[in-house]
Ligand binder design. Structure first.
Ligand code: CP
Length: 311
């Protein structure tokens, strides 16, 4: 049976069905050799990707750029509001219309939830949400799932601890929603009381077969998980910096606590101090592999969306 990817835009992982996720992960597997420069592809030759990054990024922006270039496409864009005419008062809508004229697809990062969706409603080219405030980060979730599938062998039957800033961390919101599509998944939600998972995500989990438990200590669950998914406390989203100062450093994963455990450590990055440097040289470290997996996964996304939706 020929598989078809139905989505034109990637705005929220909640728009995906399991078969859509599996389509992208399977495509990414096929593109691994090109991602690692062992083969070449001209799939997107002559195509241009518009990168509209209103908020800082290292991995997402650079890996989208790498992905496009590996497929022989090109990139245009800006890396902050300050380097675009938004700083002179131009609206996001007008900026997006300009990029629609110049590009075959748009990748948007913005500090406000809903901006990618708003832009997808006013342009005809595919729009990809590269992180909207504390909302969603769906392409991060696809590369997280790709990493889990590669490292653990399956996403079904996963036992995962989401650790740290579950309130503001958009990666854990998207990942929780995605895990609802898989079988027999258990999620431990490990956070300080102030940074619990938002109620709307818990309501989504309640509607599915995913089992979840809110806990305060990593030690209580470390023997029962395949994956520790650690996140940074998102200083930039605190209204009151004193609140951040009270909570920062609440969870630190180090080599000693991992010894003898049968698990992997993931992190969407950037990290501050929540994974100690002594974990980097252990078998548990999969966060750099995870970051590298962004290239085949984002190649699969770009190839699929741009080829399915020619201008
Ligand atoms: N994981 C992630 O979104 O990293 P950046 O903020 O560096 O893009």
């Amino acid at each position: 049976m020929i598989k078809i990817f139905k989505l034109k835009n990637i705005i929220s992982i909640k728009d995906f069905e399991r078969e859509d996720i599996e389509y992208i992960l399977d495509e990414a597997s096929k593109l691994e050799d090109i991602a690692k420069s062992r083969d070449i592809s001209e799939e997107l030759k002559g195509k241009i990707l518009g990168l509209m990054f209103f908020e800082p990024s290292t991995r997402t922006r650079i890996s989208f750029e790498t992905a496009m270039k590996r497929l022989h496409g090109q990139c245009i864009g800006f890396t902050s509001s300050g380097s675009s005419s938004v700083s002179k008062g131009e609206s996001i809508a007008d900026t997006a219309k300009m990029f629609e004229g110049y590009s075959d697809a748009l990748v948007i990062r913005h500090e406000l939830e809903g901006v990618s969706k708003f832009i997808s409603d006013i342009v005809d080219v595919p729009v990809i949400n590269a992180g909207d405030g504390a909302g969603q980060h769906p392409t991060q979730t696809l590369l997280d799932l790709y990493t889990i599938r590669n490292e653990i062998g399956s996403i079904d039957n996963l036992k995962i601890a989401l650790i740290g800033d579950l309130k503001f961390g958009r990666t854990v919101h998207s990942l929780s929603n995605a895990l609802c599509l898989f079988d027999n998944v258990k999620i431990y939600l490990v956070s300080p009381p102030e940074l619990r998972m938002p109620q709307e995500v818990l309501i989504d989990l309640d509607k599915t077969n995913v089992e979840y438990e809110e806990v305060s200590n990593i030690e209580d669950i470390i023997d029962d998980v395949n994956v520790l998914y650690v996140t940074r406390i998102q200083k930039e989203r605190f209204g009151d910096i004193d609140e951040y100062e009270k909570i920062k450093g609440a969870y630190i994963v180090n080599k000693k606590m991992l010894e003898g455990k049968d698990l992997i450590v993931m992190h969407p990055l950037p990290r501050i101090d929540e994974i100690a440097g002594d974990v980097d040289d252990t078998k548990y470290n999969k966060y750099f592999t995870q970051a590298a997996n962004a290239v085949p996964v984002r190649m699969a996304i770009l190839k699929t969306l741009i080829k399915n939706n020619p201008k």
